[in-house]
Design a protein around this ligand. Structure first.
Ligand code: FES
Length: 142
């Protein structure tokens, strides 16, 4: 029997908003690469509203599911409303997590804060990610 509930397994098996946004206006990266847990959160912003979200994550099933749930929660919100989404909201959306996995939900929440910092500072992290993706595309054999 799994330690994860049905809601979490659904988000893990069918993650919403998974993948890079090639036209993102902001990118937040949060985690600890030395232990392998890391998340990239891409935001497309129009006016003050988050119109599209994408994520990539290295982590456990809870990290994938919490990233998916966070992206559902933040899509369509204003930038300030997104800052109000906390770990508890992500846990509620997933109907809970095993105690030893609760810290995984912080990846998305903190990546959002990093993305907000990137946006306020002009989106240079998102621009650098676009440049890296374009360079990789040019060197990929067709
Ligand atoms: Fe490391 Fe969940 S992301 S234990």
């Amino acid at each position: 029997m799994s330690v994860y509930n049905r809601e979490l397994l659904d988000h893990f098996s069918n993650p919403r908003h998974a993948g890079r946004l090639p036209d993102a206006d902001a990118l937040g990266v949060y985690g600890d690469p030395s232990c392998g847990d890391q998340m990239w959160l891409y935001l497309k912003i129009e006016g003050e509203r988050i119109v599209r979200v994408g994520f990539e994550v290295f982590g456990c099933p809870a990290a994938v599911a919490t990233a998916s749930a966070f992206c559902e929660l933040v899509t369509g919100r204003t930038l300030d409303e997104g800052l109000e989404i906390g770990e508890g909201d992500v846990l509620d959306a997933l109907a809970g997590l095993p105690d030893e996995k609760i810290h995984c939900s912080l990846l998305a929440v903190m990546a959002y804060r990093e993305a907000m910092t990137d946006y306020i500072l002009g989106g240079s992290a998102a621009q650098a990610a676009r440049a890296r993706a374009a360079a990789a595309e040019e060197t990929t054999p067709k």
